[in-house]
Ligand binder design. Structure first.
Ligand code: HSE
Length: 442
């Protein structure tokens, strides 16, 4: 049997502790599958004294994780600190620079520096594994890098944030509002005390930027991702979407168009019958579409100690077996520069929610603004009841009240819908800024 594979773990939070537990619990399984022992020899964290429920006294301790990266007696640095820069990046660069393999769960670091770190790993002929960085326990990185390798992708999309999916699912099933559900999720520990990263869509955007590179063979370009969070989705949106045969999910979508690749994160109406619409609670799912394989979907737990540790170990097993792949699926010199498709050129259906003054001519004026932009309406819903799309001038009643109105459009240009909504707002027939949610027919 070969020499043991020696690991140094930087970061002993939930995931780091989970990795220690997995290595201990499944040591024999790992030994058989890797053909060698997998052992932890060094650790580094913020506090040495903190009680983590695991004994770390047997490992060499480093206050400085970067020093562990280059100086410790390790083959692999396992980076579980997080953050795009700071100690995490310093430790990863130190380890790669010293010719050590790196395994990381750090989506933010890869979103910002993925291409440069992949290049550094290649120069040193070592692995940069990041299965745990995208969708927790779902093996989507290996799937894209290995099983999907014979395909040309045209689309990859997914539910990549469990917190958002938990909130949207609870709003749908319990009819409660966003703020109330978020508070309950925080009390239950499903949402962070500062949930901005999750609910604002940024965590999803980090993961999407990595998936885009794997699917399309492009350099990682997080700065080009269009991002909207779920903060403005109302329980009324979810209810009306349901009446029209849709569910609302926060999707990350990368799609190849004639003018470039769209990378977008936003709340999305998806057909209620689609597979992705059935993914509820804190679960994640990713759908990849290739020219030969067709469409595949992977679903599972996107966070938590066990699922994330499982993905960290998957990369470690590859290294132990001697499988070193180009991190982004092909040599970094072969990655094409990312070419951005502009959001204003996006084409799709739209859900538009308006609070309309209930006075003669208001509905007709709105329909007119849509028609000017050549936007075809599929349906109109007023307070949950569907009415005819042919509206006569004078529709409405009292001039004192407002009506909640939802329009569903056929496919149209994003520029057209934005221009129409700007005109509608300027006309003064609505009492709140219009809200729109994109529709993905899948
Ligand atoms: N906070 C993330 C989520 C998991 O809610 O899915 C880590 O990316």
């Amino acid at each position: 049997m070969s020499e043991p594979l020696k690991l140094g773990i930087a970061g002993l939070g939930t995931v780091g502790t989970g990795v220690l537990e997995l290595i201990t619990a499944n040591a024999e399984i790992l030994r058989k599958r890797c053909g060698r022992d997998v052992v932890v020899t060094a650790v580094s964290a913020r506090s040495r004294a903190r009680d983590r429920g695991v004994d770390i006294s047997q490992y060499e301790w480093f206050d400085d994780c970067a020093a562990m990266g280059w100086a410790a007696d390790i083959d692999v640095l396992v980076e579980l600190i997080g953050g795009e820069d700071g100690p995490a990046k310093a430790a990863v660069e130190a380890a790669l620079g010293a010719g050590r393999h790196v395994v990381t769960a750090n989506k933010a670091m890869l979103a910002y520096h993925g291409t440069a770190l992949a290049r550094l790993a290649e120069e040193k002929d070592v692995a940069l594994g990041f299965e745990a960085a995208v969708a927790g326990g779902i093996p989507i990185v290996k799937t894209m890098r290995e099983s999907f390798a014979g395909n040309r992708a045209d689309k990859i999309f997914g539910i990549l944030n469990g917190t958002c999916n938990y909130i949207l699912t609870s709003m749908q099933k319990e009819g409660r509002g966003f703020a109330e559900v978020l508070k309950a999720a925080q009390e239950l520990g499903y949402a962070e005390a500062d949930p901005t990263f999750d609910i604002g869509g940024f965590d999803t955007a980090h993961k999407l930027a990595i998936l885009t590179s794997l699917a399309f063979g492009t350099e990682v370009d997080f700065g080009s991702v269009y991002v909207e969070g779920i903060e403005n989705v109302t329980s009324q949106d979810i209810q009306i979407a349901g009446e029209l045969g849709y569910r609302i999910k926060l999707l990350g979508v990368a799609f190849e168009t004639d003018s470039g690749i769209e990378q977008r994160v936003h709340p999305t109406l998806v057909p209620a019958q689609s597979s992705i619409a059935q993914v509820d609670g804190a679960f994640n799912a990713v759908v990849a579409r290739g020219d030969f394989v067709g469409s595949i979907m992977l679903e599972g737990q996107g966070a938590g100690a066990g699922p994330t540790a499982s993905s960290v170990i998957a990369d470690i097993v590859d290294i132990a077996r001697g499988n070193v792949f180009p991190a982004l699926g092909q040599p970094s010199s072969e990655l094409r520069p990312y070419k951005r498709a502009r959001m204003r050129a996006h084409q799709g259906g739209y859900y538009v929610a308006l609070e309309v003054q209930d006075r003669p001519g208001a509905f007709a004026a709105i329909a007119q603004r849509m028609a000017e932009q050549k936007i075809s309406l599929k349906s109109i819903v007023q307070r949950g009841s569907e009415i005819d799309v042919d509206i006569e001038p004078g529709e409405g009643g009292s001039t004192q009240e407002t009506r909640a109105v939802v329009l569903i459009t056929h496919d149209t240009l994003e520029k057209s819908i934005r221009d129409a909504l700007a005109n509608i707002e300027a006309d003064g027939d609505i009492t709140q800024a219009p809200r729109m949610i994109r529709i993905e027919e899948l």
